[in-house]
Design a protein around this ligand. Sequence first.
Ligand SMILES: [Ca+2]
Length: 411
Amino acid sequence: MLVSWRWTRVCCGSFAAAALLLISGCGGSGSGVITPPPPPPPSTAQFDLVQVANGFSAPLDLQQPADSSGRLFVVEQGGHIQIIQSNGTRASTPFLDVTGRGGFTSGGETGLLGLVFHPQYAQNRRFFVNYTRNIGGQLQSVIAEFTASPMNTDFADPATEKILMTVDQPFANHKGGGLAFDKAGYLYIAFGDGGSGGDPQCNGQNINVLLGKILRIDVDSPPAAGLNYVIPPSNPFVNQTGRGEIWLYGLRNPFRFSFDSASGNLWIGDVGQALYEEVDLLTPKQGGANLGWNLREGTHAYPATTCSQTGSALTDPIFDYDHSNGDASVIGGHVYHGQKIPVLAGIYVFGDFISGRVWSLTQSGQSWTRTLLLTTAGNDLAAIGQDQAGELYVARYSSGVIERLHQVGQP
Ligand SMILES: [Ca+2]
């Protein structure tokens, strides 16, 4: 599901048909604020994955609320959120089941694609998801809020749903999916360009639509007239041409993104078209940046573009990579702030769905160095999740396993 047409066509025949085309794809500038930046992990450090739980069906996101429960929540593409209890056992019933919501649809790059818990979840039990539905033949993305039961903390009634927004989708791929809160408490929503290949509708450069964007909304203030949320007045297109919800534009398929909990910087894995995958890094002051699609794929001109550039400047990724080693769909990860792997302190960890490779990315001067940490199976690495302690996990789409990133010799 992550990957899309390219994966289906190029990569793997029958296996691909059964799997997820999440990302689709195929392939700025900003600067970190960590001073001095940490060096790459030493070449003597060896990494592996420690299984936490297994038996999940197409897991593609992993989240943990700030509620001290120690539970990990696993998002399954088919419409369920499952719980791994703090002792490692899996709850016997789902936390949430959206398969009965009207028109819910999954498969390919559609389905239940993302989850985030409200920063004050321990007090308000609110959480947010991104899923797709088909209403009268129109495919839509839905951003919805649910509330966990006050009586049973392992259950959320689907009837508590409050839909924040729906966005019509022109094609079946490039749905984005990630959700995250920043330090100020605003909710960020990632939408892909709507699909097909090469962004034929030029949604990336169209600031009057929500596709090909990362949005920023306020879900805590009383809703604005006609909306189920509030547009922060500091958003870049408020009171001028363009949709007020937009924070960043010119994206292709930002399936996974995250905030560095220390710096507040935003890290995005934007899946490329056919040649280049990219990692974008933006400070909290870079709202309104144009990340380039479909004028640029990674740091390269996209020769097949038919779109006009919106705005005067393009922001290139800090890092891009080609498909020469079997890589083909970047999976955005997290800056590591855990305790168990000191050699990764302050370092961004990300991966690739198609190759199953997991890397660190470190800065030296103006250049970035990618270092291979480990390789999982191909067509399997759907998400890199983070717990409240800052430890990292992988959600393995095809094998249904949740594992923790581990350094050999460390706890
Ligand atoms: Ca870009």
